[in-house]
Design a protein. Structure first.
Lengths: 270, 541
């Protein structure tokens, strides 16, 4: 479980790093700090990365010689952001499958199926740096249980089931400009996910799904942001949600959280 | 006079309560609201949902063991998980008993293990193994009796002299010893005082009983040997909340029915039905029962709260006329005795009671029935304070005392654990306290050889004596609390206590405390944290 968490964190770091590398190149064209060190292209002691440094640096050095240094670009203002999304959630992995499978070879029974819900996000744009978003998101989804209810009915029990999955996450995303009105934000962050649910069996009682737990989780995803105006944007998102043991049946039967989340919504940045 | 009779009745009532359960084995805390834990194991082939009042464990897989928490109740209910083509609804219910297993004061008492089992298509059964309670410095108990087996090990049998609290209730008792072995022509028996009590023996002997195969040895309601034969098992058994309890009481298997406080009732009942007994008439109903240890422990705490001087007061009161009868009456009314009602269609019911027998082991108690009509079915209804009794099995039988040959043997040696030789007579009673035991050796050389003419030989221990509570440090008695617990509502007072109800205003009617509070410059609330017996604070100083 720990290895999986570390793997997820590593993946998140790679995604964020990739976002940084991808956006670094256009950023360099407007970044005045690079030409400040004219010694870089002519310093023979630093040919270690000639291809990476000398190629773009030479024309910049030429420009530095031919034109006066432009004034520094002012830092974009930090703006509040709010988003409201509707989303669908597809549980992946064993946690969504019924424990009966462990004792009935050949049985494939999904207890928690795809569901939907809503999310509300607020945060700050251009924090901690330009083109970054620092967001706090709360989401709540209701999972489908129809497959299990139909199976139970076929085997003598008319149960009614309700299962929810909640998540609160702190997200850090980096914008990648695609056009003047459309950009992609990639990133993710840690959070907490909790499962809850109950089952009503008219023959006995309504009882909670005590096997559902609250776990630390990690969200990684990409979002497309289409600016409709300076304030309003449309947002479409695809992300993965992973976590530690979200379902535990005891005796070491612990099942990790994995899910795919896709949603659309509006973004307001006054 | 009215003032004298009130406390006397109250004290005798409490004495009855104390004797009824023969007290517990350890000072564990049960029903104290701090939470207790038990274990549930699923030995069926299907998934189960398990419910207590505080825990739900769903989809417990075959072979799986889960932990259960008990705070507000001690009942385990089991249902098959849905979607397995299994019967719906609750299919089993079991009451557990919680006690400390490691220390006299513990935060998490253990409640034992409930095992769900199902053989083939038979109904699900819930077997229960109670916790092994911590015994040091616990409350009193009846003497524990061990028989020595062929390998020389002492094997626990059961307790004797239950409810014989103080000399005024001294009595005789006979305990069958199924594990006694003849080694070198001798049978050895140990009478041990393992808990905080004083056991007093004024006589002991071994009964060598030659009988036909199939004869079952039991004890009657007066502690006399009662042999029966031709057992007839029940055809059905039900409690108000669980319609089929037959698997629990069909046979003597160490697991049985325990009443439940579900619904807040202070009495639970088990109704056992038998088919017509013809062609062989039956004249006995035999109950294989024992008391529940944790309830005994609760009774000890219940009594201890009355003050350290309470045992001494009882000792003096036990010499008063009417003590024994009042004791029995109070035990019956409090629910600590097992009420047995037998009836047949169209005939008047007969009500009998079984005094407590202790918790060390189950005892077979044979009750005489009025002449039963062999052509009619028989119904036996058992009622008691929930969690006070476990009923292993119930069966009808035919008296067989006239088919026995009984020889009584006096002990050739009675050696106390300190090496002294004990005398066991009315004139020189033998007394032993916690940690001491008495080994009795009975030679069989004077008896004819066993096994003659196809007969078996069994043994039983016959004793006479009583037991006493150990006085506490101090002499105080909380008269206010004593009065509250012995008012007409006493019938349910202990039951409420077992359920964790501590709402009694213990400060009331405690003249010593009132006086001290008035005179003390510490203020009236100075001992608010020691609202136990009147003598509690003095004893602590």
């Amino acid at each position: 479980m720990r290895r999986a968490t570390i793997t997820c964190l590593t993946a998140a770091a790679l995604v964020l790093a990739a976002a940084g590398v991808a956006s670094a190149q256009p950023a360099a064209t407007i970044e005045p700090a690079a030409p400040v060190e004219p010694a870089t292209p002519v310093e023979p002691a630093t040919p270690v990365e000639p291809a990476a440094v000398a190629q773009p640096a030479a024309p910049l050095a030429m420009a530095d010689r031919e034109a006066p240094r432009p004034p520094p670009t002012p830092r974009p203002p930090i703006r509040p952001v709010m988003e409201a999304q509707g989303f669908g959630l597809v549980p992946l992995g064993s946690w969504s499958h019924h424990v009966y499978e462990t004792n009935m070879p050949g049985l494939s029974l999904r207890q928690f199926g795809p569901g939907g819900g809503g999310a509300f996000t607020f945060g700050l744009h251009n924090l901690p740096a330009p083109r970054w978003d620092l967001l706090l998101r709360g989401s709540y989804a209701v999972l489908g249980t129809g497959e299990w209810e139909r199976y139970a009915a076929d085997h003598g029990s008319n149960v009614t089931t309700s299962v929810r999955l909640g998540n609160v996450a702190l997200l850090l995303t980096r914008d990648i400009d695609v056009s003047s009105s459309f950009r992609i934000a990639v990133g993710g962050g840690p959070g907490v996910t909790w499962g809850s649910g109950e089952e009503s069996d008219p023959a006995t009682a309504t009882y909670s799904y005590t096997m559902l737990k609250t776990v630390p989780s990690l969200t990684i995803g990409a979002r497309g942001i289409l600016a409709l105006s300076s304030v309003f944007s449309l947002v479409a998102e695809l992300s993965g949600l992973v976590g530690t043991t979200i379902v535990s049946y005891g005796d070491g039967d612990d099942r990790m959280l994995t899910a795919l989340v896709g949603g659309v919504g509006v973004r307001v940045s006054p | 006079m009215r003032k004298r009779s009130g406390p006397l009745a109250a004290l005798i009532a409490l004495a009855g309560a104390a004797g009824a359960l023969a007290t517990g084995c350890c000072g564990g805390d049960d029903n104290d609201g701090t939470g207790s834990f038990g274990t549930f194991r699923n030995q069926t082939q299907l998934f189960l949902n398990v419910f207590t009042d505080d825990t739900t464990a769903v989809y417990v897989r075959p072979g799986q063991e889960v932990s259960l928490k008990f705070v507000g109740g001690q009942t385990v209910r089991v249902a098959f998980s849905p979607g397995q083509d299994a019967p719906g609804g609750f299919v089993g219910e079991r009451t557990v008993n919680c006690c400390c297993t490691a220390a006299a004061t513990c935060d998490s008492p253990y409640c034992g293990t409930v095992v769900a089992d199902q053989q083939g298509t038979a109904p699900l059964t819930l077997n229960y193994t109670s916790a092994s309670c911590f015994t040091n410095n616990g409350g009193g108990s009846c003497p524990y009796v061990y028989a020595f087996g062929a390998d020389g090990h002492a094997i626990p049998q059961a307790e004797v002299l239950s409810a014989a609290l103080f000399a005024g209730a001294a009595r005789a008792d006979v305990l069958p010893l199924p594990d006694a072995a003849v080694v070198d022509g001798q049978v050895r028996v140990r009478v041990a005082t393992e808990l905080r009590e004083i056991d007093v023996l004024t006589g002991a002997g071994l009964l060598a009983i030659d009988h036909e195969p199939g004869v079952v040895l039991a004890t009657d309601s007066d502690g006399r040997l009662a042999a029966v034969t031709s057992p007839l098992p029940p055809s059905s058994a039900a409690s108000p909340r669980v319609p089929d309890q037959l698997p629990l009481v069909a046979a003597r298997d160490g697991a049985g029915w325990i009443g439940s406080f579900s619904g807040g009732v202070m009495r639970d009942a088990l109704t056992v039905r038998f088919p017509p007994t013809q062609p062989l008439p039956r004249d006995r109903v035999v109950l294989v029962v024992r008391n529940i240890r944790s309830t005994e422990q609760a009774l000890q705490r219940y009594l201890a709260e009355l003050g350290p001087g309470f045992p001494g007061l009882l000792r003096r009161l036990s010499g008063l006329p009417g003590y024994r009868g009042k004791l029995s009456k109070i035990v019956e009314e409090s629910g600590l005795a097992l009420t047995v009602t037998t009836s047949q269609p169209g005939r008047s019911a007969q009500v009998r009671t079984v005094a407590p027998v202790g918790s060390l082991g189950a005892r077979a108690v044979a009750l005489e029935l009025p002449a039963l009509d062999p052509a009619l079915p028989v119904e036996v209804k058992l009622e008691a304070l929930p969690t006070a009794w476990e009923v292993d099995t119930v069966f009808l039988a035919r008296a067989a005392n006239d088919r026995l040959v009984v020889n009584q043997i006096a002990p050739a040696r009675a050696q106390a654990s300190d090496g002294a030789t004990a005398a066991l007579t009315e004139q020189a009673p033998y007394r032993q306290v916690q940690g001491q035991h008495l080994d009795l050796t009975f030679p069989l050389s004077s008896l004819p050889a066993a096994g003659a003419a196809g007969r078996n030989r069994s043994f039983a221990l016959a004793v006479r004596g009583h037991y006493e509570l150990v006085p506490g440090q101090g002499r105080g008695v909380d008269w206010g609390l004593l009065s509250l617990r012995t008012m007409p509502g006493f019938k349910d007072s202990f039951g409420r206590y077992v359920l964790g109800d501590r709402s009694e205003p213990r400060w009331s009617m405690c003249p010593k405390r009132i006086l001290r509070d008035l005179l003390s410059d510490r203020g009236a609330g100075a001992d608010g944290g020691t609202r136990l017996a009147c003598a509690g604070p003095e004893a602590a100083r």
